[in-house]
Design a protein around this ligand. Structure first.
Ligand code: DGI
Ligand code: FE
Ligand code: FE
Length: 198
């Protein structure tokens, strides 16, 4: 992305998102860039995915649903009723249609940034983790431990975030999307298999 185009994108996001969401977005872009440096991922893509990951967050639920339906995406019953879940799928549609993103990896990083999915790419993991650890976050438990872990072993950080998110959802009584559960089980198994050879 050209420098002018990026400046333009940031200016648009500043208008589209609320003040707090915009600050969060800038922090995620910065954190994602740092993780990309750490793991040798594409810096440019990580920054752009960070900038766009919550681009649909401030739309109302109905608009999110319409965007997904028009794009032919199937929605789980939980997704349909929850902006917390739907904004990531709707965001990937908006990133393509409004912001002209065509890179499938970048679109997937936006699409799966809330629930994760089994077999995530490095970019997908970077956005998922950056969203959780960016410096403006302070409410989740184990944040300082996870922040350090993120730059040492991104898979371990991913698993810890998934675990803590499930615990959090259970304590608040929020419904767990099957994808969040599936992602956790996939990475738990992967971690246990690898641990045998450590
Ligand atoms: O959009 P952000 O707030 O920056 O972060 P996010 O896209 O990771 O969304 C965060 C919320 O989504 C957080 O409160 C946890 C929640 N979440 C993650 N998985 C699930 C979920 N909420 C429900 N109801 N079910 C899930 O499976
Ligand atoms: Fe989000
Ligand atoms: Fe976010």
């Amino acid at each position: 992305m050209k420098k002018d185009t990026k400046t333009e994108l940031i200016r648009t996001l500043e208008q589209e998102l609320g003040y707090k969401r915009f600050i969060h977005t800038m922090y995620v872009a910065g954190t994602a860039s740092s993780l990309a440096m750490c793991y040798g991922a594409d810096l440019e893509k990580a920054e752009t995915a960070g900038l766009l990951h919550d681009c649909a967050k401030c739309l109302d639920l109905h608009r999110m649903q319409r965007l997904c339906e028009k794009a032919g995406l199937t929605l789980s019953p939980f997704e349909k009723e929850s902006g917390a879940l739907l904004h990531s799928k709707a965001g990937s549609v908006l990133a393509k249609e409004k912001y002209g993103i065509t890179d499938p990896d970048l679109l997937n990083a936006i699409r799966y940034h809330t629930t994760g999915r089994p077999g995530m790419s490095l970019l997908e993991k970077i956005i998922f983790v950056a969203d959780y650890i960016e410096p403006g976050r302070f409410t989740a438990s184990n944040l300082s431990q996870i922040r350090k872990m993120a730059f040492e072993d991104i898979d371990e950080a991913l698993l810890k975030i998934l675990y803590d998110t499930l615990v959090y959802l259970h304590t608040t009584g929020n419904p767990v999307d099957p994808m969040t559960q599936k992602t956790y089980e996939y990475y738990k198994q992967l971690f246990e298999e690898n641990a045998i050879y450590d």
